[in-house]
Design a protein around this ligand. Sequence first.
Ligand SMILES: *[C@@H]1O[C@H](CO)[C@@H](O)[C@H](O)[C@H]1NC(C)=O
Ligand SMILES: *[C@@H]1O[C@H](CO)[C@@H](O)[C@H](O)[C@H]1NC(C)=O
Ligand SMILES: CC(=O)N[C@H]1CO[C@H](CO)[C@@H](O)[C@@H]1O
Length: 367
Amino acid sequence: MGGKSMGEVLALFVVLVLAASSMAAATIHLRPPALYVLGDSTLDVGNNNYLPGADVRRANRRYYGVDFPGFPAGRFSNGYNTADFVANTMGFVSSPPPYLSLVQASSDSSQLYASADAGILDSTNAGRCIPLSTQVQYFNATRAVMVATVGSGEATRILSGSVFLIGVGSNDLFVFGFTERARNRSATEQQSDGAELLANLISNYTATIMELYSMGARKFAVINVGPVGCVPIFRRLDEAGQCDAGLNQLAADFDEALQSLLASLAERLPGLVYSLGDYFALAQDTFANPLLLGFTDIATACCGSGRLLADTDCMPSSALCANRGQHVFFDRYHPSQRACSLTALAFYFGLAKYTTPISFKQLALSS
Ligand SMILES: *[C@@H]1O[C@H](CO)[C@@H](O)[C@H](O)[C@H]1NC(C)=O
Ligand SMILES: *[C@@H]1O[C@H](CO)[C@@H](O)[C@H](O)[C@H]1NC(C)=O
Ligand SMILES: CC(=O)N[C@H]1CO[C@H](CO)[C@@H](O)[C@@H]1O
């Protein structure tokens, strides 16, 4: 790795140290009226606990939440996840409640629609999650109650100042990666299959943002897709334990298209502002210099079984590592609490390398 990115990781480290001391200051700043969260398991704080079906992936058992005050809380982490930390940095006491936990339709400020296993496409893990298009409909229901309660003028004011946090796309790529393997597709075939998938993903992502915009959303905090080929479950499939380079390239191509899509929507849709958090770059820099950020293990899950503890999900019978803060990954797909915290801090305080064109903080405080 070059001196430039090394310097940038060092800069990130300094930012994180400073961040710790200015967190208290952040919480007394003005905060957005509300935070709405859409996406997948990296942001789900318990919606899937309320979905019926034996196949639904839920983080409601040991050792999920082993470091969470209380007990397993529906987060795919040893403790809090990225939704919690983003909410916290923006000045909210906690993440918004899972939409499905609300007993009745409510317009109460912040709500969270994200669902483990959800992708951009309805077909991704169909029947086992709340697909993104349904998450958007749930938000529309929240909005309808808000309009009925406070009137449409006030609803428009509240929504235009609120932050819409979105993190989705990894599951579409995971499903693609496994399907291509099962079909034994050649490298060339995978490239054309991948190009077709990307076109669908970007078209649906565009439709999603435009629908939210039509419902009054203006401020978008978007987290891109990380190097998904480096999660333990894919390293496990490689004899040498290396990342799946083809899948990482697909993620990089998706992220590039996502960046253009946001830039072009911001030009076309008056009042739309966004901050794109570059999780891909942050993860790559972390993998290249783990010790600098206090990680000693970037490849093995902390909870699981078998090779790289990635043969199974995290189960009550799994092995559990003691040094959870030193693992990038908690289970074979998901980052540890500490990795989530660093991600949220990097996006909030916004080293320019990791946020485009502004930081989550600038987005949250923009008028
Ligand atoms: C959102 O809900 C309103 C009713 O409150 C409805 O008229 C509108 O069509 C819905 N929008 C979408 C995109 O579903
Ligand atoms: C997969 O395809 C390759 C050639 O593209 C072939 O050599 C190999 O036997 C195939 N494997 C399976 C399990 O079908
Ligand atoms: C909301 C949206 O645009 N959904 C579309 C996603 O893409 C599929 C085709 O891949 C369309 O059928 C959906 O309408």
